[in-house]
Ligand binder design. Sequence first.
Ligand SMILES: Cc1cc2nc3c(=O)[nH]c(=O)nc-3n(C[C@H](O)[C@H](O)[C@H](O)COP(=O)(O)O)c2cc1C
Length: 139
Amino acid sequence: MFLTRLIYVSTITDKFGTTSLEDILKVGRVNNTKNGITGMLCFKDEYFIQCLEGSRDAINQTYNKILTDERHSNVVMLEYTPIDVRDFNDWCMGYIPTSQFTDPLILKFSTSLPFNPYQLSGIGAHQLLLEFKKNFTSF
Ligand SMILES: Cc1cc2nc3c(=O)[nH]c(=O)nc-3n(C[C@H](O)[C@H](O)[C@H](O)COP(=O)(O)O)c2cc1C
């Protein structure tokens, strides 16, 4: 089964409450470990960017669940590609909080500020997540 990487962006809805992020990380970490999925979730302002790596079946099944989750909407896939090597093999679901995003780093990948992840290309989103991994600590 091919190793696959999927990156998407989304926007929180009014169903996203004070404990939602904690809940998403808790359930996601249990499920992803069970399903052999690694990756990273970033949250900035009202936006999510998530990278998922794993078998094509596991990625498709998890993405289908994520798509129907009412805590976010406007889910747009930026990249879906076969890969040979994982980038986030140490993290079942790394999390980079808002405070660690810096404008200079974001501007490197954006046409303008404030940050709008819907303007990222698939390659740009992947590069941005790799920069976060290099520069920041995951929680
Ligand atoms: C932004 C976001 C990211 C999520 N990421 C994951 C994930 O990586 N893995 C996962 O299993 N669920 C993730 N979820 C939760 C799923 O939408 C869904 O609630 C969960 O997979 C249901 O798990 P269950 O089938 O074990 O009840 C995410 C939800 C949101 C809103």
